[in-house]
Design a protein around this ligand. Structure first.
Ligand SMILES: Cc1cc2nc3c(=O)[nH]c(=O)nc-3n(C[C@H](O)[C@H](O)[C@H](O)COP(=O)(O)OP(=O)(O)OC[C@H]3O[C@@H](n4cnc5c(N)ncnc54)[C@H](O)[C@@H]3O)c2cc1C
Length: 329
């Protein structure tokens, strides 16, 4: 619908929208009234589910534009972007929001290039001033916050997970479903030969409410089991610094920071991480930061809400025992 606020759906590839969609749709619904345009979900998928559509409606989507086509999986930016661009050109939404996820970071940038539109990436706040959308985003590795607005519509933005208030599911709220015609181009290249799902049994880094992160102080890949064990007790995801990733102790998808993932969990626990500015860029918006380091001068203590000066090999198991006791109560 013209003037709508679109939210590009991030799903789990099994037909279920991810939790971050509650945040993106929640924010779009909050802005819908000052901007006079309704929140709508745009779902590109090879398999939608009834439950997924229902979920989007309960999170505030007034309408779901569903493009269901086998050619949309696996995700390829060069296939998704023209489909989204065609829909935007036909319907003229005033804004298109995505989440800061691996797929949407890419596709929103491609969409902006195709439309000649402005993209505010990694946004941490949105407001309406004089009828125009204003985005706040961190710059200089999170040292400063900059405010920006757009010269023309559509306003494109990617929203950082775990920052925006998620919509409370309104049971019974149903979205209208439209299946617009869209040309799904053939992929220009085959990027994936074999796809492997990670099965750590732990939540995904970007979505987790608690993140336990390890750095060079762990001394070797074998010691990450200490953090995984703590993470299991807390229901947390495990992340890593670049030093740990560069050493080959963890795959790159677990890296937090400027050249890794940006996270904003409710609780971040950093073990044996010094707190280099490039690491802080990826986690400084965490609600509560707790650092464990044997060096009392480690820079991470400057931004930590809680600090434990000690040997992580003693502190992590001790914390695990204490959390276990607390959670068993
Ligand atoms: C362009 C660029 C991009 C970068 N992007 C990123 C990024 O995305 N993410 C990122 O993390 N880094 C990034 N870096 C690297 C960054 O500058 C740091 O080198 C890196 O974050 C350091 O990782 P670390 O804290 O694990 O290691 P170190 O800085 O070596 O710190 C290890 C810490 O462990 C402590 N320690 C050691 N043993 C113990 C123990 N037994 N118990 C408790 N504490 C202990 C030490 O006191 C020390 O503070 C980037 C750098 C550049 C130049």
């Amino acid at each position: 619908m013209a003037g709508a606020i679109w939210c590009v759906v991030e799903d789990d590839r099994q037909g279920n929208p991810k939790k971050v969609m509650a945040e993106v749709l929640g924010e779009a619904s909050r802005l819908a009234s000052p901007l006079t345009g309704q929140a709508e979900a745009v779902w590109l998928t090879d398999k939608a589910t009834e439950a997924g559509i229902k979920q989007l409606g309960e999170w505030g989507a007034k309408r779901v534009l569903l493009v269901e086509n086998a050619g949309l999986a696996p995700y390829r930016g060069e296939v998704w972007a023209p489909v989204l661009a065609e829909l935007v050109q036909k319907e003229s939404p005033q804004a298109v929001f995505g989440a800061v996820t691996t797929r949407q970071r890419e596709v929103m940038a491609r969409l902006a290039a195709r439309l000649g539109a402005g993209l505010a990436a990694d946004v941490v706040a949105l407001a309406v001033e004089d009828g125009k959308l204003v985005a706040t985003r961190p710059v200089y590795a999170g040292k400063l916050l900059s405010k920006m607005t757009w010269a023309k519509t559509p306003w494109l933005a990617t929203l950082r997970p775990n920052v925006f208030k998620p919509a409370e599911a309104q049971s019974g709220a149903a979205a209208a479903v439209d299946k617009p015609a869209a040309t799904v181009p053939a992929p220009a290249m085959s990027l994936v030969e074999r796809r492997e799902e990670s099965s750590t049994g732990l939540p995904e880094l970007a979505e987790a409410e608690i993140v336990v992160s390890g750095g060079r102080g762990l001394k070797g890949p074998e010691n990450f089991v200490i953090l995984e064990s703590l993470a299991k007790v807390l229901g947390a995801a495990v992340g890593a610094s670049r030093a740990a990733v560069d050493a080959g102790w963890r795959p790159h998808r677990f890296q937090i920071g400027q050249t890794g993932r940006t996270i904003s969990p409710k609780l971040y626990l950093g073990f044996g991480i010094s707190g280099a500015i490039q690491h802080l860029a990826g986690m400084r918006t965490s609600k509560v930061i707790c650092a464990i380091n044997k060096d009392p001068e480690a820079p991470i203590f400057k931004i930590a809400d809680f600090g434990i000066v000690g040997d992580l090999f003693e502190v992590a198991p001790a914390l695990e025992q204490e959390f276990k006791k607390l959670l068993e109560k």
